[in-house]
Design a protein around this ligand. Structure first.
Ligand SMILES: Cc1cc2nc3c(=O)[nH]c(=O)nc-3n(C[C@H](O)[C@H](O)[C@H](O)COP(=O)(O)OP(=O)(O)OC[C@H]3O[C@@H](n4cnc5c(N)ncnc54)[C@H](O)[C@@H]3O)c2cc1C
Length: 360
């Protein structure tokens, strides 16, 4: 059995950020991913500017398009605008995630995590290769997490999501969507979106109801008049499905010597599906708690308490505070929520121009 102080399972934004933080703190680790990089992840690829505050400037070769904020479209036909305090960008996830792992001194290792058991102060992780013994295991293996199952943590609600690509030239994208991410609250228990990229729009639907977020539901969304104005009525291609955590982090974000970060820990803003920023931030908190546990020889309870403290200090547990199941239950309830948010944000920006609008 190979021994490492920390094993990070999953090399997406959460796992890559955890590994990078462990390198900064001088703590040995293995980063394991079942895929080789670059690997794709179905995603609208919208990064608010706060992501580059965490990662440093996203290179020009990775940025696809500048994004100024959101247009929120409601069922009654109204549109609300929420502008970022400065531009963000859209990215292709295969290039963005490959860029994150390319900055690590120790590249990810290819392998599948299967399960884990605690033995004599170690977590013994079973993989499709040799077992790995570690003091702390960081589960950053996405929305359907085997690390979460190994820690016996029931995940929160997961939305079904389906996304397609609509190829379009840059000039036409500028004319139709501008540099804005469009979110439509017209789908029960979820939403749809249109995200501008370099030579395509990414159009998708996500809902807790499977029948509202499959390929047929996406076909209906694409065929709707308001979405058609943005897509020029073109059909989608390259349909891909995935899951999105929709109820914030569950009551426990780890157990014993296992910590969950990113989608595995439910760190997604359920109102828009934004998760990359929270994956990076929670991955770093997990690494910081793991490093302290390794250096000071902590047992599970101290490790868990430190992780909760760091998540709380970073505002990450507030993702579970709003009951988005009731907010998004019907398009009408979503509209009431959006109206309230935008009026709050207008009031906040008139009293303090530096404050960010909610959800941006
Ligand atoms: C359709 C869609 C659109 C989205 N749009 C946006 C958006 O515009 N902006 C935004 O901020 N967020 C968006 N999100 C959310 C965002 O994609 C996630 O929050 C983010 O990818 C979470 O990062 P992560 O590192 O936790 O997990 P992931 O990116 O899912 O990475 C998990 C990694 O774990 C690996 N893995 C999984 N299982 C195992 C195993 N058993 N063994 C080894 N490795 C394993 C996988 O190969 C993968 O590399 C969207 C999500 C979806 C589904």
């Amino acid at each position: 059995m190979e021994i490492a102080p920390v094993l990070v399972v999953g090399g997406g934004p959460a796992g890559a950020s955890a590994a990078s933080e462990l390198e900064r703190l001088g703590v040995g680790h293995i980063l394991l991913d079942r895929a080789g990089f670059p690997r794709d992840k179905p995603c609208a690829g919208i990064l608010p500017p706060t992501v580059s505050d965490l990662t440093g400037p996203v290179p020009a070769a990775v940025r696809e398009r500048s994004i100024r904020g959101y247009f929120l479209h409601t069922v009654s036909g109204r549109t609300f605008r929420s502008r970022f305090s400065r531009p963000g960008c859209s990215v292709d996830r295969s290039r963005f995630d490959a860029w994150l792992v390319s900055r690590l001194r120790t590249p990810p290792r290819r392998g599948v995590f299967v399960g884990a058991a605690e033995e004599a102060g170690l977590v013994v992780a079973q993989t499709d290769g040799p077992d790995v013994g570690c003091r702390v295991l960081i589960g950053a293996d996405g929305a359907v997490s085997r690390a979460g199952a190994a820690a016996r943590i029931r995940p929160g609600k997961l939305a079904f999501a389906c996304q397609a690509s609509v190829p379009m030239g840059r000039a036409e994208i500028s004319r139709r969507t501008g540099d804005w991410f469009h979110v439509f609250y017209v789908i029960p228990a979820g939403y749809g979106w249109v995200a501008p990229h370099a030579g395509e729009l990414r159009v998708g639907v996500g809902s807790l109801r499977r029948d509202r977020a499959g390929r047929e539901a996406l076909g209906r969304f694409l065929a709707s008049a308001r979405v058609g104005e943005l897509t020029g009525g073109r059909p989608g291609a390259d349909f891909r499905s995935h899951r999105i955590p929709m109820s914030g982090p569950p009551e426990r974000t780890g157990r014993g010597r296992i910590l969950l970060a990113g989608d595995a820990g439910g760190f997604v803003f359920p109102g828009t599906g934004e998760g990359i920023r929270f994956a990076i931030a929670s991955g770093r908190c997990a690494a910081e708690a793991a490093a302290a546990a390794v250096k000071d020889g902590w047992e599970g309870p101290d490790l868990q308490a430190e992780y909760t403290r760091l998540l709380t200090a970073g505002g990450l547990l507030s993702l579970r505070e709003v009951d988005f199941q009731s907010v998004l239950d019907t398009p009408e309830s979503a509209e009431r929520y959006v109206r309230r948010l935008t009026s709050l944000s207008r009031r906040a920006s008139s009293s303090s121009p530096r404050r960010r609008p909610p959800g941006s």
